[in-house]
Design a protein around this ligand. Structure first.
Ligand code: PLP
Length: 400
């Protein structure tokens, strides 16, 4: 009898975590490594947010809370959805989890049965298909490649939907590509969804605040209010407020779904950290002024990285509208040999040779379902990015 569960055997460990781990190992061994593989802001959590957490500790907010979060945070979340997204929701329509990932996990775990299908645009954030598989359901991949700016088209969505489709997972701005949908582009998709009543929509809006070039963030429930009854709008403070370690994600959605998620969370992790919840109240209710400063810094870094990569022979990079990732094609390097003598047959070969020969750690596109590409996270200091781009340029100039 196998000791490990069949469910666990269906899934893969996180590829992004694996590269980050390998880069950390090389660093410990004394190598000069620039890790651009992880997806977290390099800024510190703002001081007023840290202070709120310290106050929570010192005033005894250190006990179990309601499973789905303290009322103060649910009210702050509802106010945020009303303020930023035009969603007329109250605290009872909101739910708090230990990170955006737990929200997604709970929603899928609470709803999926064997045989159910979940439409996942490709390339995707690594965890979506794995969580679907863990639930014994089937990810159905819909193409959203460079030819459409890494965006799902209404035609590709229509083709992926069947009578078994329970969810569409939509992530804008996107990890790994940075693609950000406009309201019009979302409307094209919601028109399709209006014709398929069995499909629920999980929108992962975790990069909401990072939309560049004056673009305006849009989310499904705002663009098509008739879909509110079957949309789970997920968000969190991890990326927006540089709080990845605090583990707070939140969502709004239909109350019966939230009740099912509460039941699941009540029998697993219970409430997210009470201290982190108070920090998140301050993050959402306190000043948001620094967000636009951070956005400008990220946009400048994006421009630096896109220009640098496009000057490399063998690499082509689209300019994404949001998040802090670029997803360049490395097809021009394939079938060739690196300066260090490595054969570059796949995107994984390119990423490995880059790490070994230059110390720059990126993630292969195949980890996100789209070979021939790689993901670079520019949530790193500007000098580090300049150095990384110079090393990648040098690497490419030596490929023969
Ligand atoms: N969704 C996307 C698209 C992400 O990139 C990430 C983190 O990398 C998450 C969700 C998870 O966020 P959290 O750290 O709040 O669980």
């Amino acid at each position: 009898m196998a000791f490990l569960s069949d469910a666990l055997n269906r899934i893969q460990p996180s590829a992004t975590m694996a590269v980050t781990g390998k880069a950390a190992e090389l660093k410990r061994a004394g190598r000069d490594v620039i890790a651009l593989a992880a997806g977290e802001p390099d800024f510190d959590t703002p001081e007023h947010v840290r202070d709120a957490a310290i106050r929570a500790i010192n005033s005894g907010e250190t006990r179990y809370t309601a499973v789905d979060g303290i009322i103060e945070l649910k009210e702050a979340v509802a106010a945020k959805f009303r303020r930023d997204n035009g969603l007329e929701v109250s605290a009872e329509d909101c739910f708090i989890g230990a990170g955006g990932k737990q929200i997604i996990f709970n929603a899928l775990m609470a709803t999926l049965n064997p045989g159910d299908e979940v439409v996942v645009p490709v390339p995707y954030w690594v965890s979506y298909p794995e969580i679907v598989r863990l639930c014994d359901a089937m990810p159905v991949f819909a193409t959203a490649d460079a030819s459409t700016g890494f965006k799902l088209t209404p035609e590709a969505l229509e083709a992926a939907i069947s009578d078994k489709t329970k969810w569409l997972i939509l992530n804008t701005p996107s990890n790994p590509t940075g693609a950000a949908y406009s309201a019009e582009e979302l409307k094209g998709l919601t028109d399709v969804l209006m014709r398929h009543e069995q499909v629920h929509i999980l929108t992962d809006d975790i990069y909401e605040v990072l939309v560049y070039d004056g673009g305006k963030f849009a989310t499904v429930a705002e663009v098509e209010p008739r879909l509110i009854g079957r949309t789970l709008t997920m968000n969190g403070v991890s990326k927006s407020h540089a709080m990845t370690g605090w583990r707070i994600g939140y969502c709004t959605g239909p109350r019966p779904l939230l009740a099912a998620m509460r039941k699941l969370q009540g029998q697993s992790t219970t409430n997210p950290s009470s201290i982190s919840q108070w920090a998140a109240v301050e993050a959402l209710n306190g000043t948001q002024a620094f967000l636009s400063e951070w956005r400008e810094v990220f946009q400048a870094r994006r421009d630096l990285v896109v220009a640098g990569l496009n000057s490399c022979e063998g690499i082509t990079c689209l300019t994404p509208g949001g998040a802090f990732y670029v997803f360049p094609s490395v097809e021009g390097l394939l079938g060739r040999t690196s300066g260090g003598g490595a054969r570059l047959e796949t995107d994984s070969d390119v990423v490995l040779a880059l790490l070994e020969e230059t110390g720059v750690a990126l993630v292969q596109g195949s980890a996100f379902g789209l070979p021939g590409h790689m993901r670079l996270s520019y949530a790193a200091a500007t000098e580090e990015l300049e150095d990384a781009v110079a090393r990648i340029q040098d690497f490419c100039s030596k490929v023969s």
